[in-house]
Ligand binder design. Structure first.
Ligand code: CS2
Length: 456
């Protein structure tokens, strides 16, 4: 289908910030399928890399075409693969080389949607509250340099200012990151930044631009070969139907337009990402290098199933229209996919940015209901165990986290770590949270992951 797409006639209706593997395996194939099905030619994607030139350098010689490889195993366990060449990525801008070009792209008449996969830390917000970190050096820089921003928020707000000054219409800003209420969170941050720049600009954005929230789901491990993106076949995307200037018909590829993405986000962040992070920290410490190898360990698999069934699912029942049992079984199968080699250490990165939405909402709901949190506490303890920077076999690794320095300064005492407000908010003052975490951390440090899971 896509090989027939004539690239030359495509117009760039989408500017995508953060051109990692995820966008190349999720938004772009869905957009390409929509164009192929509808015949619309104005949803070509102009990619923006916010930091590195590597994707642009790898893809430029092949005209920005690339391969999507969807991999899993068949019923008998034999590897299978479906390959597709994608042609709707029109070009890639490298923001640090030419920030002005990124502003121009946002302010271009053809642009209707600016989509984002910039990861949790790309929002420069406080993870526990969602508030803009005004003291963040990137934000401080971008408020002072409207013509040469560095951060996502700087590009968005200064690009929108240029657009408005030219009398062009408003845009849709579409977050595709794993944040709760990602559209609403992005809107709050953009308005907070814009308010510091120009009150009239902030009013225009608030009135005319749209920020639909969306739940995204597809497992896409990092791949060293930038010309090929490897992913699982599974795909899901629930998008609030709220666009300023239209959007592709992504339903062709399996997306759903919904009135409110919140229930879908809850389900996905708590079940998929919550379990994923638990597997990641326990896996790194125990020496299980990939998710599929970890989930093959009966003790870990039993723990993850019980975490979902006993502690996460009760907080979702009645709030989401899903068969939670089937969702859990499917998820375990996805984690067991032997063809992805998804590294536990990759998922373990940026814990401070991920943990609030993956675990702590569930913890708060459970405590409010007077329910136990023993497995969630073990997951939190596994993160604290992981922060020591050396696994149980003595292998060192780097803590890749924007708050690594602040976390290291807290020492290794569980109550002090749980008192870290940027992550835990006021939970650090809650003995029903701190006590089980502290107990689980002692058990992990004394007996190790495997023994703790086996006795759990
Ligand atoms: C993972 C996610 O790296 C991580 O933190 O939990 O990227 C996960 O694979 C996706 O959200 C699945 O949709």
């Amino acid at each position: 289908m896509s090989a027939l797409l004539d690239k030359a006639g495509l117009e760039a209706g989408i500017v995508h910030l953060g051109l990692g593997a995820f966008a190349r395996a999720h938004l772009i194939p869905a957009t390409e399928a929509a164009m192929a099905a509808t015949g619309e030619r104005h949803w070509g994607v102009l990619g923006v890399s916010l930091r590195h030139a590597d994707v642009r350098d790898a893809l430029a010689p092949q005209g920005f075409d690339y391969t999507l490889s969807l991999r899993d195993a068949d019923e008998e366990g034999w590897p299978r693969e479906r390959r597709e060449t994608l042609r709707s990525l029109l070009s890639v801008l490298v923001a640090p080389e030419d920030p002005r070009a990124v502003l121009e792209a946002i302010a271009a008449p053809a642009t209707c949607v600016v989509s984002l996969t910039v990861t949790e830390k790309g929002y420069h917000h406080e993870p526990a509250t969602g508030a803009l970190r005004r003291d963040d050096p990137g934000i401080v820089h971008d408020l002072a340099h409207p013509g040469a921003p560095r951060t996502t928020l700087g590009f968005l707000v200064h690009g929108l200012a240029l657009r408005r000054a030219r009398g062009l219409g408003p845009l849709t800003l579409l977050s595709c990151d794993n944040l709760p209420s990602n559209g609403r969170t992005l809107r709050g941050l953009v308005l907070a930044f814009a308010g510091e720049v120009d009150a009239a600009l902030a009013d225009w954005i608030a009135r005319d631009c749209r920020f639909p929230s969306s739940m995204v789901d597809r497992i896409v491990p990092r791949n060293d070969d930038l010309g090929v993106v490897t992913a699982e076949p599974f795909f899901d995307w629930a998008i609030e139907d709220d666009f300023a200037a239209g959007c592709p018909d992504w339903t062709v590829y399996g997306a759903r337009f919904v009135a409110d993405a919140a229930p879908y986000e809850h389900l996905k962040l708590r079940m998929v990402n919550g379990s994923h992070s638990a597997v990641a920290y326990l896996g790194v410490m125990a020496g299980w290098p990939t998710v599929d190898l970890a989930i093959r360990e009966p003790a870990l698999r039993g723990f993850v199933e019980a975490l979902m069934r006993e502690e996460i699912e009760p907080t979702l029942a009645g709030r989401v229209e899903a068969d939670l049992r089937a969702y859990r079984a499917r998820l375990i199968e996805r984690f067991a996919n032997p063809a992805l080699a998804h590294r536990t250490l990759q998922i373990a990165m940026d814990g401070s940015q991920k943990i609030p939405q993956r675990w702590l909402g569930t913890v708060r709901d459970r405590l409010a209901a007077g329910a136990s949190i023993d497995r969630l506490a073990l997951a939190v303890a596994a993160w604290l165990h992981f922060l020591r920077g050396v696994d149980e076999a003595g292998q060192r690794y780097t803590i890749d986290d924007p708050l690594a320095g602040a976390l290291a300064a807290l020492g290794d005492d569980a109550p002090a770590l749980c008192g870290f407000a940027p992550v835990f908010g006021d939970l650090g003052l809650e003995p029903r949270f701190v006590a089980p975490v502290a107990k689980a951390l002692v058990a992990l440090r004394t007996n190790g992951v495997r023994a703790v899971l086996e006795s759990a």
